[in-house]
Design a protein around this ligand. Structure first.
Ligand SMILES: [Zn+2]
Length: 264
């Protein structure tokens, strides 16, 4: 029988678009609707994530009033239709390929991390296959399918999702178009310095698509690499570090309160 997953004290995380102003006319963006909500299990815990969609406030004068803006960071937390975070997929992939651990070993270790990850062994295997697919992600094949759509939108909004290399472990960087969702390039980096990231960005630049804007986290090397290659392109930084920092004390206080209330 399939057991329903039970999540303790699931917190809600609300994400807004990284841009506050319309890329077409510069008017402020206003809330439109919830683009999606789903429960995501990441290495940091499990949360109900809401991605809030915004649109241009100036619906009459704007040249692109229909365009919907949403948090590109939230879109990058997990793959569409997956409830495990991209960081879980990367952790599994690296444990298997770099540390040569078996799937049962990885499964056991995921139940021992804090907070523990609730996952079946079969799902670990499945997510490892997804990791391999991401690595093999051939931009040529993917792009052919999306090129018309991208050209119709006037170019790409490049989102850079990087899981930084740590303690000698490589990091996975995914470069995608936030407007169409097309994955343009993926790279495994052993060092996330500016030069390495510039090299990967050049692969994206070589695709010959106009770049309307870039979104990334506020990692120094990435910010410097984007500024070096595309100094005049708007660069939105996602507020992940800020949000995580804000959420933590509230979560802790809430958890402690719950513990106190349970005491006889
Ligand atoms: Zn506008």
């Amino acid at each position: 029988m399939k057991t329903k997953k039970v999540y303790d004290q699931l917190c809600n995380l609300y994400y807004r678009p990284e841009f506050e102003h319309c890329l077409d006319c510069g008017a402020p963006l206003v809330r439109s609707h919830t683009a999606w909500r789903k429960t995501i299990t990441s290495m940091q815990g499990c949360a109900k994530v809401y991605n809030q969609a915004y649109h241009c406030r100036d619906q009459e004068m704007c040249g692109d009033p229909e365009r919907v803006y949403r948090s590109i960071y939230a879109d990058g937390l997990s793959l569409p239709y997956y409830t495990y975070g991209l960081d879980v997929i990367v952790t599994i992939g690296q444990a298997r390929l770099r540390q040569h651990r078996t799937i049962p070993e990885i499964h056991a270790s995921l139940s021992q991390v804090t907070p523990p990850i609730i996952i079946s062994e079969r799902e670990v295997q499945y997510l490892f296959d997804v990791y391999l697919l991401l690595l093999a992600c051939s931009h040529g094949r993917c792009l052919a399918q999306y090129r018309d759509q991208i050209e119709a939108k006037g170019g790409i909004v490049l989102a850079i999702d990087g899981a930084k290399p740590e303690k000698g472990q490589p990091g996975l960087y995914i470069f995608r178009d936030a407007l169409t969702g097309c994955r343009l390039h993926a790279a495994v980096l052993y060092s996330a310095d500016t030069t390495s990231i510039v090299q990967e960005l050049q692969v994206v630049a070589a695709l010959g698509l106009p770049i309307q804007a870039v979104i990334s986290d506020d990692e120094k090397a990435t910010v410097a690499a984007v500024a070096q290659l595309w100094p005049d392109t708007p660069h939105g930084l996602c507020h992940t570090h800020f949000l995580k920092a804000v959420q933590k004390p509230i979560y802790e206080a809430d958890r402690q309160l719950a513990t106190t209330l349970r005491k006889p």
